[in-house]
Design a protein around this ligand. Structure first.
Ligand code: MG
Length: 253
Protein backbone atom coordinates (compact mmCIF):
# COMPACT_ATOMS: atom_id res chain seq x y z
CA UNK A 1 0.00 0.00 0.00
CA UNK A 2 2.75 2.35 0.96
CA UNK A 3 4.61 1.65 -2.25
CA UNK A 4 1.52 2.35 -4.37
CA UNK A 5 0.95 5.67 -2.64
CA UNK A 6 4.54 6.64 -3.12
CA UNK A 7 4.43 5.75 -6.81
CA UNK A 8 1.22 7.71 -7.29
CA UNK A 9 2.68 10.69 -5.50
CA UNK A 10 5.91 10.76 -7.48
CA UNK A 11 4.24 10.30 -10.88
CA UNK A 12 1.80 13.15 -10.11
CA UNK A 13 4.65 15.43 -9.22
CA UNK A 14 6.61 14.68 -12.37
CA UNK A 15 3.46 15.25 -14.45
CA UNK A 16 2.95 18.64 -12.84
CA UNK A 17 6.56 19.61 -13.44
CA UNK A 18 6.47 18.44 -17.07
CA UNK A 19 3.32 20.48 -17.70
CA UNK A 20 4.71 23.54 -15.98
CA UNK A 21 7.70 23.45 -18.31
CA UNK A 22 5.57 23.80 -21.43
CA UNK A 23 5.09 27.42 -22.34
CA UNK A 24 1.99 28.50 -24.19
CA UNK A 25 -1.10 30.68 -24.04
CA UNK A 26 -4.55 30.10 -22.61
CA UNK A 27 -5.98 33.58 -23.20
CA UNK A 28 -6.21 33.01 -26.94
CA UNK A 29 -9.21 32.12 -29.15
CA UNK A 30 -10.38 28.52 -29.61
CA UNK A 31 -9.24 27.07 -32.92
CA UNK A 32 -12.29 26.10 -35.04
CA UNK A 33 -12.82 22.34 -35.20
CA UNK A 34 -10.87 21.78 -31.97
CA UNK A 35 -11.28 22.30 -28.23
CA UNK A 36 -7.85 23.94 -28.00
CA UNK A 37 -6.84 27.56 -27.86
CA UNK A 38 -4.20 29.04 -30.15
CA UNK A 39 -0.79 27.94 -28.76
CA UNK A 40 -2.50 25.76 -26.11
CA UNK A 41 0.16 24.19 -23.85
CA UNK A 42 -2.31 21.42 -22.88
CA UNK A 43 -2.76 20.17 -26.43
CA UNK A 44 -1.39 16.60 -26.67
CA UNK A 45 2.31 16.41 -27.52
CA UNK A 46 2.81 14.60 -30.85
CA UNK A 47 4.32 11.12 -30.57
CA UNK A 48 8.07 11.06 -31.08
CA UNK A 49 9.30 9.18 -34.15
CA UNK A 50 12.98 8.52 -34.64
CA UNK A 51 14.20 8.86 -38.21
CA UNK A 52 17.47 8.41 -40.08
CA UNK A 53 17.59 12.20 -40.45
CA UNK A 54 17.48 14.44 -43.51
CA UNK A 55 16.48 13.14 -46.92
CA UNK A 56 19.15 14.70 -49.08
CA UNK A 57 17.20 15.04 -52.32
CA UNK A 58 19.18 16.60 -55.15
CA UNK A 59 17.25 19.08 -57.32
CA UNK A 60 15.62 17.48 -60.37
CA UNK A 61 16.30 18.99 -63.80
CA UNK A 62 13.26 21.29 -63.80
CA UNK A 63 13.80 22.64 -60.26
CA UNK A 64 14.49 26.27 -59.49
CA UNK A 65 17.47 26.12 -57.17
CA UNK A 66 17.15 28.68 -54.38
CA UNK A 67 20.37 27.76 -52.57
CA UNK A 68 23.07 25.36 -53.75
CA UNK A 69 25.63 26.04 -51.01
CA UNK A 70 27.19 28.98 -52.83
CA UNK A 71 25.00 31.50 -54.60
CA UNK A 72 22.40 33.55 -52.74
CA UNK A 73 21.34 35.33 -55.96
CA UNK A 74 17.78 33.96 -55.65
CA UNK A 75 17.22 36.00 -52.46
CA UNK A 76 16.37 39.58 -51.60
CA UNK A 77 18.36 40.81 -48.60
CA UNK A 78 20.26 37.51 -48.53
CA UNK A 79 21.60 35.99 -45.36
CA UNK A 80 25.29 35.33 -44.76
CA UNK A 81 26.74 32.06 -45.96
CA UNK A 82 29.49 30.07 -44.35
CA UNK A 83 30.88 26.65 -45.23
CA UNK A 84 28.13 26.07 -47.80
CA UNK A 85 25.23 26.94 -45.49
CA UNK A 86 22.98 29.97 -45.27
CA UNK A 87 22.60 31.27 -41.71
CA UNK A 88 19.50 33.13 -40.49
CA UNK A 89 20.56 36.60 -39.43
CA UNK A 90 19.19 40.08 -38.78
CA UNK A 91 15.93 39.91 -40.77
CA UNK A 92 13.71 37.64 -42.81
CA UNK A 93 14.91 36.83 -46.29
CA UNK A 94 12.65 36.22 -49.25
CA UNK A 95 12.93 34.92 -52.78
CA UNK A 96 13.16 37.40 -55.65
CA UNK A 97 10.80 35.18 -57.60
CA UNK A 98 7.13 34.74 -56.70
CA UNK A 99 5.45 31.34 -56.49
CA UNK A 100 1.96 29.86 -56.20
CA UNK A 101 1.55 26.08 -56.11
CA UNK A 102 4.92 24.46 -55.46
CA UNK A 103 6.87 21.43 -54.43
CA UNK A 104 9.72 22.49 -52.14
CA UNK A 105 12.73 20.80 -50.60
CA UNK A 106 14.96 22.30 -47.92
CA UNK A 107 17.39 21.12 -45.28
CA UNK A 108 17.88 22.89 -41.96
CA UNK A 109 19.64 22.44 -38.67
CA UNK A 110 20.08 24.22 -35.37
CA UNK A 111 23.78 24.34 -34.43
CA UNK A 112 24.85 21.98 -31.67
CA UNK A 113 25.58 23.51 -28.29
CA UNK A 114 23.19 26.41 -28.64
CA UNK A 115 20.86 26.73 -25.62
CA UNK A 116 17.30 25.94 -26.74
CA UNK A 117 14.15 26.34 -24.65
CA UNK A 118 10.58 26.32 -25.94
CA UNK A 119 10.25 28.83 -28.76
CA UNK A 120 13.69 30.28 -28.08
CA UNK A 121 17.11 29.31 -29.32
CA UNK A 122 16.19 27.25 -32.40
CA UNK A 123 13.32 28.97 -34.19
CA UNK A 124 12.84 29.86 -37.85
CA UNK A 125 10.15 29.08 -40.40
CA UNK A 126 9.20 28.83 -44.02
CA UNK A 127 6.50 31.32 -44.96
CA UNK A 128 4.87 30.03 -48.12
CA UNK A 129 3.67 32.96 -50.24
CA UNK A 130 5.22 35.03 -47.45
CA UNK A 131 2.13 34.26 -45.32
CA UNK A 132 1.64 30.60 -44.45
CA UNK A 133 4.20 29.39 -41.93
CA UNK A 134 5.61 25.92 -41.73
CA UNK A 135 7.31 26.11 -38.36
CA UNK A 136 10.99 25.31 -37.98
CA UNK A 137 11.96 24.64 -34.36
CA UNK A 138 14.48 22.46 -32.58
CA UNK A 139 11.78 20.16 -31.17
CA UNK A 140 13.92 17.17 -30.21
CA UNK A 141 14.08 17.10 -26.41
CA UNK A 142 12.37 20.49 -26.32
CA UNK A 143 8.68 20.77 -25.55
CA UNK A 144 6.56 23.76 -26.48
CA UNK A 145 2.93 24.35 -27.36
CA UNK A 146 2.29 21.70 -30.03
CA UNK A 147 0.95 24.13 -32.65
CA UNK A 148 4.34 25.85 -32.46
CA UNK A 149 6.70 22.90 -32.76
CA UNK A 150 8.66 21.70 -35.81
CA UNK A 151 6.35 20.77 -38.66
CA UNK A 152 3.37 22.68 -37.26
CA UNK A 153 1.15 24.95 -39.31
CA UNK A 154 1.97 27.58 -36.71
CA UNK A 155 -0.87 28.58 -34.40
CA UNK A 156 -3.26 26.04 -35.90
CA UNK A 157 -2.17 22.42 -36.42
CA UNK A 158 0.60 20.44 -34.69
CA UNK A 159 2.44 17.89 -36.82
CA UNK A 160 0.97 14.36 -36.87
CA UNK A 161 4.15 13.15 -35.14
CA UNK A 162 7.37 14.69 -33.87
CA UNK A 163 10.07 13.61 -36.37
CA UNK A 164 12.67 16.15 -35.25
CA UNK A 165 16.35 15.15 -35.32
CA UNK A 166 18.70 15.81 -32.42
CA UNK A 167 20.20 19.28 -32.31
CA UNK A 168 23.20 19.73 -34.59
CA UNK A 169 21.92 17.24 -37.17
CA UNK A 170 20.51 18.11 -40.59
CA UNK A 171 16.78 17.66 -41.12
CA UNK A 172 14.69 17.88 -44.27
CA UNK A 173 11.32 19.27 -45.25
CA UNK A 174 9.66 18.11 -48.45
CA UNK A 175 6.35 19.78 -49.06
CA UNK A 176 3.69 20.64 -51.53
CA UNK A 177 1.66 23.78 -51.14
CA UNK A 178 -1.41 24.99 -52.99
CA UNK A 179 -2.52 28.62 -52.63
CA UNK A 180 -6.12 29.39 -51.74
CA UNK A 181 -8.61 29.69 -54.59
CA UNK A 182 -10.91 32.70 -54.57
CA UNK A 183 -14.15 33.19 -56.46
CA UNK A 184 -15.97 36.52 -56.34
CA UNK A 185 -13.86 37.68 -53.41
CA UNK A 186 -14.52 34.54 -51.33
CA UNK A 187 -12.26 31.59 -50.55
CA UNK A 188 -13.68 28.49 -52.21
CA UNK A 189 -10.57 26.34 -51.63
CA UNK A 190 -8.28 27.12 -48.68
CA UNK A 191 -4.49 26.89 -48.97
CA UNK A 192 -3.28 23.31 -48.59
CA UNK A 193 -0.10 21.75 -47.20
CA UNK A 194 1.45 18.32 -47.47
CA UNK A 195 4.70 18.02 -45.48
CA UNK A 196 7.31 15.33 -44.92
CA UNK A 197 9.77 15.91 -42.07
CA UNK A 198 12.82 13.69 -42.47
CA UNK A 199 10.71 11.58 -44.85
CA UNK A 200 7.83 11.18 -42.37
CA UNK A 201 4.41 12.62 -43.15
CA UNK A 202 3.53 15.30 -40.60
CA UNK A 203 0.89 17.30 -42.51
CA UNK A 204 -1.31 15.26 -44.80
CA UNK A 205 -2.98 17.71 -47.14
CA UNK A 206 -4.15 19.98 -44.33
CA UNK A 207 -5.98 23.25 -44.99
CA UNK A 208 -4.81 26.60 -43.64
CA UNK A 209 -7.43 28.72 -41.85
CA UNK A 210 -5.71 31.76 -43.33
CA UNK A 211 -2.32 33.50 -43.26
CA UNK A 212 -0.37 32.60 -40.11
CA UNK A 213 -0.83 34.72 -36.99
CA UNK A 214 0.67 34.80 -33.51
CA UNK A 215 -1.87 34.47 -30.65
CA UNK A 216 -4.75 35.15 -33.05
CA UNK A 217 -6.96 33.11 -35.36
CA UNK A 218 -5.88 33.14 -38.98
CA UNK A 219 -8.34 34.76 -41.36
CA UNK A 220 -8.30 35.02 -45.13
CA UNK A 221 -8.01 38.56 -46.47
CA UNK A 222 -10.47 39.91 -49.03
CA UNK A 223 -7.77 40.13 -51.63
CA UNK A 224 -5.01 37.60 -52.14
CA UNK A 225 -2.12 37.51 -54.59
CA UNK A 226 -1.90 34.63 -57.05
CA UNK A 227 1.83 34.28 -56.45
CA UNK A 228 4.18 35.70 -53.80
CA UNK A 229 7.79 35.26 -52.63
CA UNK A 230 8.72 32.50 -50.19
CA UNK A 231 10.08 33.95 -46.96
CA UNK A 232 12.43 32.40 -44.43
CA UNK A 233 12.08 33.64 -40.87
CA UNK A 234 14.81 35.22 -38.80
CA UNK A 235 13.83 34.67 -35.16
CA UNK A 236 17.21 35.80 -33.76
CA UNK A 237 18.53 32.25 -33.91
CA UNK A 238 21.34 31.25 -36.31
CA UNK A 239 19.38 28.40 -37.92
CA UNK A 240 21.28 26.98 -40.89
CA UNK A 241 19.94 26.06 -44.33
CA UNK A 242 21.22 24.14 -47.32
CA UNK A 243 19.94 22.48 -50.53
CA UNK A 244 16.81 24.56 -51.11
CA UNK A 245 14.86 24.13 -54.33
CA UNK A 246 11.32 24.46 -55.63
CA UNK A 247 9.29 23.21 -58.56
CA UNK A 248 6.21 25.16 -59.53
CA UNK A 249 3.32 22.71 -59.86
CA UNK A 250 1.79 23.30 -63.25
CA UNK A 251 -1.56 22.01 -64.54
CA UNK A 252 -1.49 18.59 -66.16
CA UNK A 253 -1.14 18.65 -69.95
MG1 MG B 1 9.00 30.28 -36.53
Amino acid sequence: MKLTSLFFFSSSVSYAIAQAEIQGYTDTPIIPGTTYSVHDPARPQPTIVETAGALEVKPPSDAIVLFDGKSVDAWENPWQTKDGVMVASEKNTRTKQSFGAIQMHLEWRVPAGRPVSGQNGGNSGVFLMGSYEVQILQSHNNKTYPDGQAGAMYGHLPPLVNATSPQGEWQSYDLTFEPPVYENGKVVKPAKLFLLHNGVVVQNGELYLGPTQHRKLPEYPEKHPVTAPIQLQDHNDPVEFRNIWVRPILPRK
